[in-house]
Design a protein around this ligand. Structure first.
Ligand code: B12
Length: 211
């Protein structure tokens, strides 16, 4: 079992789509917990990819194939992470901020939110402040979640909050931010209501924010 998780991690690092799909399926069949598949296999592999990129051993194409493998594996894992058939407890508008194309963490957050019973309006990547504001209005959302993976795009989360204020919506919607460079300090600094380090605790924080 341990070695299968290691193999899955290696498949993500190698960007081996076929192996990632096959191993995820096998691990589910043999009864491995979705949490360990996610954390010890997929996320562990992806952090290693980040390290390899940082030290100049990997370039963008390697990150891309790794991301594709992780996305395929996540689709297989999805039914295990998402509870279906529950009445929504609230609506959250979610997106990756303008200038940023990273969406794996956001997609994972969406899955956990769905699993926790939220209706998720996913705006995708490279989302402008105007689009966030319009979606909050249109869907009457209680929550807004923003993802940013680059230090250069993280600052845009502050701009979205200013746009909510300008549209007189700030009092109606709770804002949660996340993504690798984002911290609790940053969330406080820009006046967000919450921060979460990962998708699971993000969904928990969102439930708390409803009350
Ligand atoms: C895969 C990847 C890519 C892929 C993305 C594919 C895709 N569809 O997402 C591609 C190849 C496109 C890419 C491109 C680039 N990337 Co890149 N990428 C990564 C990598 C390796 C993994 C990111 C990932 O998916 N992680 C796995 C997920 C599960 O983790 P996560 O996103 O952090 O999300 C978790 C939490 O943060 C949280 N979370 C995330 N969002 C939210 C939102 C809310 C509301 C909540 C509550 C929680 C939450 O929950 C998630 C799950 O627990 C990271 C390395 C890293 N360590 O992050 C670099 C990294 C983010 N990239 C980096 C860079 C530099 C780039 C490029 C600029 C490279 C280039 N020269 O072109 C471009 C920028 C493109 C753009 N405009 O966005 C740097 C950023 C450095 C910085 N500090 O700014 C990193 C850190 C790599 C590094 N170590 O240097 N990248």
């Amino acid at each position: 079992m341990g070695s299968d998780l290691q193999d899955l991690k290696a498949a993500i690092i190698d960007g081996d789509n076929k192996a990632a799909i096959a191993l995820t399926g096998q691990l589910i069949e043999t009864g491995a917990s979705p949490q360990s598949i996610l954390n010890d296999g997929l996320i562990a592999g992806m952090s290693e990819v980040g390290e390899l990129f940082k030290c100049g051993e990997y370039f963008v194409p390697e990150m891309l194939v790794a991301a594709r493998a992780m996305k395929s594996a996540l689709e297989i894992l999805r039914p295990r992470l998402v509870d279906t058939g529950v009445q929504p407890i609230g609506t959250i508008v979610l997106g990756t901020v303008r200038g940023d194309l990273h969406d794996i963490g956001k997609n994972l957050t969406a899955m956990f939110l769905e699993g926790a019973g939220f209706r998720v309006v996913d705006l995708g990547v490279d989302v402008s402040a105007d689009k966030f504001v319009a979606a909050v209005k249109e869907h009457n959302a209680e929550l807004l979640g923003m993802s940013a993976l680059l230090t250069t795009t993280m600052t845009y989360t502050a701009e979205v909050i200013r746009a909510l204020q300008a549209a007189n919506l700030r009092d109606q919607v709770k804002v949660i931010v996340g993504g690798a460079p984002v911290t609790a300090d940053w969330a406080r600094q820009i006046g967000a209501d919450a921060f979460a380090v990962d998708a699971a605790s993000g969904a928990e924080r969102c439930k708390e924010l409803l009350h």
